[in-house]
Write a protein that binds this ligand. Structure first.
Ligand SMILES: Cc1ncc(COP(=O)(O)O)c(C=O)c1O
Length: 375
């Protein structure tokens, strides 16, 4: 058998990982400033994370959502407290796409409508409705194109209002900070206008926090920088620090009924233990504060590099915009400097998404390597 060849792979085989360091099968160490697409939030192999999962494994790893699972209760309490969203309801699933799929489905159930408004350059996942709201025709199969989605630019409130006035829109979905697209985000004024229009037209506002959530932006959720209150918040990536977990937070105005949503694996015991460990470390080690401080440190270091046109993003969800395409630079950073960074749909942006306990030393190491490669 062979793998279905859909991923372009670097010729690197990590065999162990600790904190921000990956070690490959040749003993070469790599600084991980990408966290496997923004997934590693508290660092590889964090001792608390490892022991909590191991302990859970010794008790019970899995049972489906047919029995009581007190870990879900513990998770809700901690998540509600740390995020400040304690009045929301929680539905647990397994990935970012699944979170958005359920968010969009719920919006459609709730309003009885089916058209969705998404934004240019968006990425919301690869499943049915989630991929249809992703601004990339190349990954939308004919079956996905049956969904009704309208893509709009940021900042065009007139177009947004005109679409909503047609009366068939169930949801507006947006990434609080765009990830794959290249770290763009709307202004606070536009966020507030989206929120106001959604209320006026009874349209569900979905904040996709799959990448920006769980402290990465310096606040628990990135929409919290703008003082809005979405109806549904989708989460995944950093939530499990590598354990596949996703979820949506749902405003209490949505009515639950048995069977409305469901999943076999979502909210299982191991997934809850992983997420609880992440939340406990976020709180104990004050990682949101670190994300905010180290994000500012990163921006100050980047300002001293003339080739950097702009620093994009917030906290530790960052992009460096250059005046050239960064593919070759990124490759050299990996192969010669042994530093993992990320690419974006905007080919001039290098993405930096380290674990939230990254240190100044790690960032200094990166900037020294960057200078060597730019020289
Ligand atoms: C903002 C955003 N939403 C959704 C997804 C999809 O998540 P997953 O790959 O876990 O399905 C991603 C993945 O990159 C993402 O960045």
């Amino acid at each position: 058998m062979e793998l279905f060849d859909v991923y372009p792979l670097y010729d690197i085989t990590p065999v162990s990982a600790k904190g921000l360091i990956l070690t490959d099968d040749q003993g070469v160490e790599y600084l991980d400033l990408y966290g496997g697409h923004a997934v590693i939030s508290i660092g590889h192999g964090h001792p608390h994370y490892v022991s909590r999962i191991k302990e859970q494994l010794d008790r019970i790893a899995f049972y489906s959502n047919a029995v009581q699972n007190p870990l879900q209760q513990q998770l809700m309490e901690k998540l509600g407290y740390l995020s400040g969203c304690d009045e929301y309801r929680l539905f647990l699933c397994n990935s970012g796409a699944e979170a958005n799929e359920n968010a969009l489905k719920l919006a459609s159930f709730h309003t009885g409508r089916s058209r969705v408004i998404a934004f240019h350059n968006s990425f919301h996942g690869r499943t049915s409705a989630a991929v249809a709201t992703t601004d990339n025709p190349g990954i939308n199969a004919p079956i996905n194109r049956q969904q009704q989605v309208t893509f709009l630019p940021f900042e065009d409130a007139t177009a947004l209002e005109a679409e909503m006035a047609k009366g068939d829109v169930c949801a507006v979905i947006l990434e609080a900070i765009q990830g794959v697209g290249g770290l763009d985000e709307p202004s606070t004024a536009f966020y507030r206008e989206i929120s106001r229009l959604c209320r006026e037209h009874d349209v569900v506002l979905i904040a996709d926090e799959v990448q920006s959530g769980f402290g990465r932006s310096g606040k628990f959720f990135a929409f919290q920088h703008h003082g809005i209150e979405p109806d549904i918040i989708s989460m995944a990536k950093g939530m499990g620090n590598g354990f596949p977990v996703g979820g949506i937070l749902i405003h209490p105005k949505f009515k639950a009924s048995h069977g409305l949503l469901g999943t076999t694996f979502g909210g299982n015991h191991l997934a809850c233990a992983a997420t609880l460990a992440v939340l406990e470390v976020l709180e104990k080690e004050q990682l949101m504060k670190n994300a905010e401080e180290l994000g500012s440190y990163f921006a100050a270091c980047a300002a001293r590099i003339p080739e950097v046109k702009r620093v994009k993003g917030r906290g530790l969800m960052l992009g460096l915009e250059f005046g050239f395409e960064v593919a070759s630079l990124r490759k050299r950073l990996i192969t010669k400097q042994h530093i993992f960074t990320g690419s974006a749909k905007d080919k001039s942006v290098l993405r930096i998404l380290p674990a939230l306990n990254v240190s100044k030393d790690h960032l200094d190491q990166f900037f020294n390597a960057l200078k060597r490669e730019l020289a």
